[in-house]
Write a protein that binds this ligand. Structure first.
Ligand code: G
Ligand code: G
Ligand code: NA
Ligand code: MN
Length: 254
């Protein structure tokens, strides 16, 4: 409850920021980044979303906060578009199911794109399987409307939730994200290896891109590449970092 009040106050005082974690292709080239929300708390220091997103969701603050995230991400995309070295970058943004379910989410998203001048083709929304539990029709409808404008969709934390394969088939997704809980022990746990292999096969069968998250070692990367998953995100390539660090990293890439 104390945190809820502080969250509300922080939104007013703009104590939030986005960090960016690189997403790379099979050659290690940075294709883009995932935007990850951070709370720069006056006393606690930098607080991660695992702590405050649940509170923001239960209090309804996730809506203004989520709007701030979308707007900030789009401002960043528009800024990159002006720089030849950065204009190709895509940005993946996490959207809470609570926000995605709002009747005016599509209108809001399109207004943000228009006001910021961000290219919708560079924006990827990360959704979670929670959206598949009820009102799948509404989810599909909204996704189709946004896809018409060029926005892409990635299914986050795939395999950890409630996804039914019949829904998966119907969702107009672009990408599946292999959850880091399967990546962690992919070399030592045959079950995790089987799950990763199955997710890759499923993605390929459905014509979807695959990205693995939580890739920390070169052997994990090589194993996933062998399975057919080239795109990766994880500490091996970079921790979530501020935008200046990301831009410097790209500038110094060979
Ligand atoms: O950055 P970190 O690994 O601590 O993120 C923890 C979780 O918080 C991840 O599951 C991520 O999807 C979620 N998260 C990060 N940024 C945002 C955001 O801007 N909005 C929402 N809704 N969730 C986020
Ligand atoms: O699924 P979600 O969007 O919540 O995942 C993003 C979270 O995973 C962020 O909190 C980020 O800090 C964390 N993360 C990113 N890369 C790695 C990694 O290589 N290893 C571990 N353990 N966590 C990671
Ligand atoms: Na995510
Ligand atoms: Mn995830």
């Amino acid at each position: 409850i104390a945190l809820e009040g502080e969250l509300r106050e922080s939104l007013v005082q703009s104590q939030f920021m986005l960090h960016y974690q690189p997403q790379v292709d099979g050659r290690g080239c940075i294709l883009g980044a995932e935007a990850l929300l951070r709370w720069n708390h006056v006393k606690r220091g930098v607080v991660g979303p695992a702590v405050f997103v649940p509170i923001a969701e239960s209090s309804g603050l996730i809506i203004p906060l989520g709007n701030w995230v979308l707007r900030s991400a789009c401002v960043q995309l528009a800024d990159w578009a002006d720089s030849p070295a950065l204009a190709h970058l895509t940005l993946a943004v996490n959207v809470s199911a609570l926000q995605f379910r709002l009747p005016d989410f599509v209108a809001e998203m399109l207004a943000v794109m228009k006001e910021t001048g961000a290219d919708p083709h560079r924006l990827k929304l990360e959704l979670t399987e929670t959206l598949l539990i009820d009102n799948v029709e509404d989810t599909i409808d909204k996704m189709l409307q946004l896809k018409e404008h060029g926005i892409g969709f990635s299914l986050d934390d795939f395999g950890t939730g409630y996804s039914s394969l019949s829904y998966l088939k119907r969702l107009p997704l672009d990408q599946l994200k292999i959850d880091r809980s399967f990546v962690r022990d992919v070399l030592s746990d045959p079950n995790d290896a089987s799950i990763a292999r199955s997710i890759v096969a499923l993605g390929q069968a459905l014509g979807l891109g695959i990205i693995a998250e939580g890739v920390e070692t070169e052997s994990q990367r090589a194993f996933l590449a062998e399975l057919g998953c080239d795109c990766c995100q994880g500490y091996l390539f970079g921790r979530p970092m501020d935008v200046n660090m990301l831009e410097r990293m790209i500038a110094s890439a060979p």
